[in-house]
Design a protein around this ligand. Structure first.
Ligand SMILES: Nc1ncnc2c1ncn2[C@@H]1O[C@H](COP(=O)(O)OP(=O)(O)OP(=O)(O)O)[C@@H](O)[C@H]1O
Ligand SMILES: [Mg+2]
Length: 362
């Protein structure tokens, strides 16, 4: 399948993922491109927002993602619901919320959506994925399957904290799966009358550089009205401010996507540039170790799949983290043993009588 896959990702709730996924998909469809919207959020808001009742459906994306390929009864094509000209929906179901526990082999299950899309026989030009407000299995799957990731940022409450975590996760996908999606920020709920919105736009530009869509989406009441009606804005009110904003954002995005491919050819795959002073590469030589984690102030000292380092063939463990300016204490956890960083002389005593490694980002 040669479709371009675009995912809406931000672990922050209520920043406009679903609204943007629905209206971007409808805008692309209105430009005559065959489009599939996949609702990957157990809350099923995109499904409902397009007037489909997920509790009435026999099958959803859940069935397709959970069946073993060799015992497959459902294909993605089986669950697709036509919405309007050029726009189809793969609906979600509440059962999706149980999917995380069902997969024990995490490494392989990260590519489930990607593989599913590879075998899709319908000739879609674009696949748009709406993700849940978390960085778990479903979002990982969307990242793996996407060439383009859009991070909606609600200007009212924008914070860089969550964004760093998301960018670290994209880095993880790059290192582990050699897959680098293009990332764009989309400002949502913009109210340029407020100083705060203007200030936040500058902040986003600082963090995302040129990877910010100039055509943000203004705050508008028509969005809620169209959602209550179960329609995309372009259907509900094609001349509304929201419909026009999404159409402009869509045109810009499609142009940028077309340019992305060219850039790839010219720059040999170097795509998303993070501000280099905020990138910290943590490295540890531990050839015999089975598992190495990085814990510190930046991840609440929590050992989790997200804190894992990746091992190179030479036995070097590494992890790249995107950090906001500040001072951070950290340690490695090597097969359960907490140790300081042997490559870093900057150590400070901790309240437990031991030492922590310290890194400062300005
Ligand atoms: N441009 C806008 N103007 C006014 N209201 C908006 C706008 N965009 C989104 N909203 C409203 O903000 C709320 C959150 O939007 P949305 O559901 O798209 O966010 P989300 O990121 O998908 O949330 P979740 O993380 O729960 O999935 C919704 O009630 C929606 O109607
Ligand atoms: Mg949503």
């Amino acid at each position: 399948m040669a479709a371009t896959v675009i995912s809406f990702i931000n672990q922050k709730g209520g920043c406009g993922k679903t609204t943007s996924a629905i209206n971007l998909a409808a805008s692309i469809a209105s430009l005559g491109k065959k489009t599939l919207l996949i609702d990957l959020d157990p809350q099923a808001h995109a499904t409902c927002g397009l007037g489909v009742r997920s509790d009435k459906l026999e099958n959803s994306i859940y069935n397709v993602l959970t069946e073993q390929p060799e015992r497959r009864k459902h294909f993605l094509e089986d669950v697709i619901v036509p919405i309007q000209d050029n726009l189809d929906l793969a609906p979600s179901h509440l059962l999706l919320s149980t999917i995380e526990q069902e997969f024990t082999n995490k490494d392989e299950s990260v590519s489930k959506l990607y593989k599913l899309l590879l075998t899709l026989s319908f000739p879609y030009q674009y696949v748009v994925v709406d993700c849940p407000p978390s960085l778990g299995f479903l979002t990982f799957n969307a990242l793996r399957a996407s060439q383009t990731v859009i991070v909606p940022l609600e200007l009212g409450t924008f914070s860089l904290m969550g964004v760093s975590k998301l960018l670290s996760m994209i880095e993880l996908i790059r290192v582990k799966l050699q897959h680098t999606p293009h990332v764009y920020a989309l400002p949502t709920m913009v109210d340029l009358r407020t100083k705060f919105s203007k200030h936040m736009l500058e902040e986003i530009a600082g963090a995302f550089g040129q990877h910010i869509l100039k055509n943000g989406v203004r705050q508008t009441i028509s969005i809620r009205e169209s959602q209550a009606k179960g329609q995309a804005l372009l259907q509900y009110n094609p001349v509304s401010r929201g419909a026009l904003d999404y159409l402009a954002a869509t045109r810009e995005l499609l142009e940028r996507i077309a340019g992305d491919t060219q850039t790839d050819l010219q720059t040999n795959g170097v795509r998303f540039e993070l501000p280099s002073n905020r990138i910290k590469d943590f490295v540890l030589k531990a050839g015999d170790a089975r598992e190495v984690h990085l814990v510190g102030d930046f991840n609440s000292w929590r050992v989790s799949p997200e804190s894992l380092l990746w091992r190179t063939e030479e036995g070097v463990w590494q992890k790249r983290v995107f950090l906001d300016p500040g001072k951070y204490r950290y340690k490695f956890v090597v097969d359960g043993q907490w140790t300081t960083d042997p490559f870093n002389d900057h150590l400070e005593p901790n309240p437990y009588g031991g030492l922590d490694s310290v890194v400062e980002i300005d």
